[in-house]
Ligand binder design. Structure first.
Ligand SMILES: Cc1cc2nc3c(=O)[nH]c(=O)nc-3n(C[C@H](O)[C@H](O)[C@H](O)COP(=O)(O)OP(=O)(O)OC[C@H]3O[C@@H](n4cnc5c(N)ncnc54)[C@H](O)[C@@H]3O)c2cc1C
Length: 386
């Protein structure tokens, strides 16, 4: 039996970052992953980054999280894991006042967002159809991350700071005694003990915690990524990361090779549009359709093409599907699990947790070692109980 101060279950972006920041604070950490780092939804993420959120705590977690991604070379000696192609948003007249106010707030929180007129947007994105757009917001220092690279780098950084990393070890049971967590057991027969266990198991979280007698209000959805072939000039067609509140689409270039495109169903900005997004509910995350067919990709692209008609010139590559762990309010669920001392969860990232992940990990490390985190307070586990 090996003994640790803290055990973190799951090496997606959130678990990897949590282990990294706990190790940085001097804790004796074990990080346990059933496969390899970023093998779950993190590795399938389009990984668009931005600070724009209507809720201040989300903006501040994103600013911190992307700040860590930018510092990966100096923190871990690994390759850069963030590309600053800029992030462009567009909304209609109804949302414009709230979006403008959020942009002003975020500027005071340490991240620059410039309101942009529709004409300026047209200059940056030749061929764009401006129908309905009243306001664009431009975040120059954002764009997209490398989800594999970032997660592997944070795992390596955790190891460099003394964490023990167990790969290919599935946690089959969280062990508790008299209402207090005492450790975990794995399918390989390992027994690890610690007074604190943090479950960062993403779409696999619910049954793990239900076995401890606590039902988390999360469900799992399958979402499509369409992939366009940029023919070596993807950024001529999609120069920035993009999110369109009016037509419910988002996209980003991946270098000059391809453009990733999806349907935007809200993702924490408080705007849901599930009927348009057509998500499929998934009951077993180990048994879902990870591939897509052409019809699904064309359906997904039908949200984007009216805005960027020139994209119709590009070929469609095979797309893929990934899973979201959705909470009732589209926001993450983070903190101690009521009734089980020492057990914490990070879950419910609701399709927008990549950019938040490193910020969440930093704050969870603060919460566990200092007993409080102002930024995580709105995301506490028991907020749905009432
Ligand atoms: C198609 C797609 C596009 C997305 N686009 C964006 C985007 O543009 N921007 C953005 O910010 N977010 C985006 N997201 C969301 C984002 O990727 C996720 O919110 C985030 O990656 C979740 O990270 P996580 O660490 O919480 O969970 P996960 O990535 O699910 O990691 C959980 C890890 O835990 C491990 N695990 C689970 N159970 C066990 C166990 N019992 N024992 C040991 N290990 C276990 C898994 O193997 C996995 O590696 C997207 C997601 C998808 C699927």
């Amino acid at each position: 039996m090996s003994t640790h101060d803290v055990i973190v279950v799951g090496a997606g972006i959130a678990g990897a970052a949590t282990a990294f920041f706990l190790a940085e604070r001097g804790a004796n950490v074990a990080l346990i992953e059933m496969s390899h780092p970023a093998s779950g939804p993190t590795g399938r993420s389009s990984a668009v980054t931005h600070a724009f959120y209507l809720q201040s705590e989300l903006s501040r977690l994103a600013i911190a999280g992307v700040g860590t991604l930018r510092r990966i070379p100096e923190l871990t000696s690994e390759a850069p894991a963030h590309t600053e192609c800029g992030m462009m948003w567009a909304c209609g007249a109804d949302s414009a006042p709230a979006w403008r106010a959020a942009a002003e707030r975020i500027t005071t929180e340490g991240s620059r967002i410039e309101p942009m007129s529709a004409d300026e947007l047209a200059r940056q994105a030749p061929g764009i159809d401006l129908d309905g757009i009243a306001l664009a917001l431009w975040e120059e220092a954002y764009g997209y991350g490398d989800p594999y690279g970032a997660t592997h780098a944070l795992v390596k950084g955790a190891r460099q700071r003394g964490a023990t990393v167990y790969l290919n070890r599935k946690v089959t049971r969280l062990v508790q005694s008299s209402g207090r967590i005492t450790g975990v057991e794995t399918a390989n027969g390992d027994k690890l003990s610690a007074p604190i266990v943090i479950s960062a198991a993403g779409v696999w979280t619910k049954p793990l915690i239900a076995a401890q007698g606590y039902e988390l209000p999360i469900h799992v959805e399958r979402h499509i990524m369409a992939v366009l072939d940029g023919g070596g000039k993807a950024r001529d067609f999609m120069p920035f990361s993009w999110c369109d509140d009016l037509l419910c689409n988002y996209a980003r270039p991946d270098g000059d090779r391809v453009i990733l495109a999806g349907v935007w169903a809200g993702g924490g900005t408080g705007i849901r549009n599930q009927t348009l997004a057509r998500p499929e509910i998934v009951t077993d995350p180990d048994d879902y359709r990870a591939e897509t067919d052409e019809d699904e990709c064309l359906d997904s692209l039908s949200f984007l093409l009216p805005r960027f008609p020139r994209l119709a010139e590009l070929g469609v590559r095979p797309g893929y599907a990934g899973l979201y762990d959705m909470s009732p309010d589209d926001n993450p669920i983070i903190g101690p699990v009521p009734g089980i001392d020492g057990l914490f969860v990070i879950c419910g990232s609701s399709g927008h947790g990549f950019k938040l992940g490193a910020g969440v990990g930093e704050e969870v490390a603060r919460l566990v070692t200092e007993g409080r985190s102002e930024l995580l307070a709105p995301f506490r586990v028991d907020r749905f109980a009432a």
